[in-house]
Ligand binder design. Structure first.
Ligand code: FE2
Length: 327
């Protein structure tokens, strides 16, 4: 069986995915896209970084845009339940032979920097500065009125290895895609800590790379409104896929690309997954309703393009199986 049983008492307690850091070449263009168009709030700006959050987020930031020369991702951040969990995490990664450090990180308390077995850069912390509560300041909500970060989705050259690693950290599988071989192999997997379909997903492909960050909207109408905004404000070509409804996760979605090519998914309406005995849902790679419930396949770019992690070597996937791709 490619999906392993969940670890219900993990070595340290991860609450949820928390933030992503993207490299951007042009601050003004990035700010216009993320703030003026998508509707994220600005929490702060330093000489080389812009800190953003959704309207319900009390944490200081969920997206950091860092000025650099390329369109790469720098780190995936996860919030832990306590400082003691942070100590346990540091011990666990060191014992696994993975590099660990505790650098100073603006707006965050003690922060562990490390990586997974495939080289993806990870950040764990307990405390972050809090920001003004903006949820009911409706006059300040713009664009898709993005509420919060929901998940990250990554290309991995070895879906089984990524699944096994994050399963050991307590991530529970909700849905998965497998090949139609006599001995099916994992092609993609959706795993959560916080109680909906996923905090992190892995897709077979050249990696590790960040495929996209998923941000939550209050409903599908926010996403449809964003389509109208983007189509009439110079961002038509930034709309890559959708709007639509996924088969996997049941979520309503739209995928957009920022001015540096980073992919953002507007995402809403998945379901509750807190029951510890929840059985994962399996999908066949060739099922056309897997990607989109209404049947439309994703474009080629969606399967091939992603944000590399700074300084992390890429590997070709071991698995060559292909999904259905739009012409
Ligand atoms: Fe997603």
């Amino acid at each position: 069986m490619p999906i392993r049983k969940p670890v219900l008492n993990p070595p340290f307690n991860i609450i949820r995915v928390s933030h992503v850091e993207f490299g951007v070449r042009d601050f003004a263009a990035a700010r216009a896209f993320y703030v003026d168009c998508l509707g994220l709030l600005v929490s702060g700006q330093t000489g080389d970084a812009l800190y953003l959050r959704g309207v319900e987020e009390r944490n200081h930031h969920s997206i950091v845009l860092r000025k650099d020369t390329g369109s790469q991702a720098h780190a995936l951040g996860f919030k832990l339940a306590s400082e003691e969990d942070l100590d346990r995490a540091g011990f666990w990664f060191a014992r696994a032979g993975l590099p660990t450090s505790f650098p100073e990180v603006p707006y965050q308390g003690r922060t562990l920097r490390t990586q997974d077995t495939l080289g993806m850069p990870l950040e764990f912390y307990f405390r972050m500065d809090s920001s003004e509560r903006m949820l009911q300041k409706y006059a300040a909500h713009r664009g898709a009125r993005i509420q919060r970060i929901d998940h990250v989705n990554c290309f991995t050259p070895d879906v089984q290895a990524s699944h096994d690693f994050y399963r050991d950290l307590g991530f529970r599988t909700t849905e998965y895609t497998e090949t139609e071989d006599p001995q099916p192999r994992l092609w993609a997997v959706w795993m959560h800590r916080k109680g909906n379909v996923h905090d992190i997903a892995f897709t077979n492909g050249r990696g590790p790379r960040l495929h996209h960050i998923g941000v939550w909207t209050a409903g599908p109408l926010d996403i449809l409104h964003l389509c109208d905004v983007m189509a009439t404000s110079g961002y038509l070509s930034n709309m890559e896929r959708g709007p639509g409804r996924h088969g996997i996760s049941n979520a309503f979605f739209l995928y957009v690309r920022d001015p540096d090519g980073h992919r953002v998914e507007l995402f809403t309406s998945d379901y509750l997954t807190v029951d510890p005995d929840l059985e994962p849902i399996g999908w066949s790679l060739r099922d056309p309703q897997r990607q989109t419930l209404w049947g439309q396949p994703a474009p080629k770019s969606w399967f091939e393009e992603g944000s590399p992690f700074a300084g992390v070597a890429l590997r070709e996937p071991a698995l060559e199986a292909q999904p259905i791709v739009a012409r």
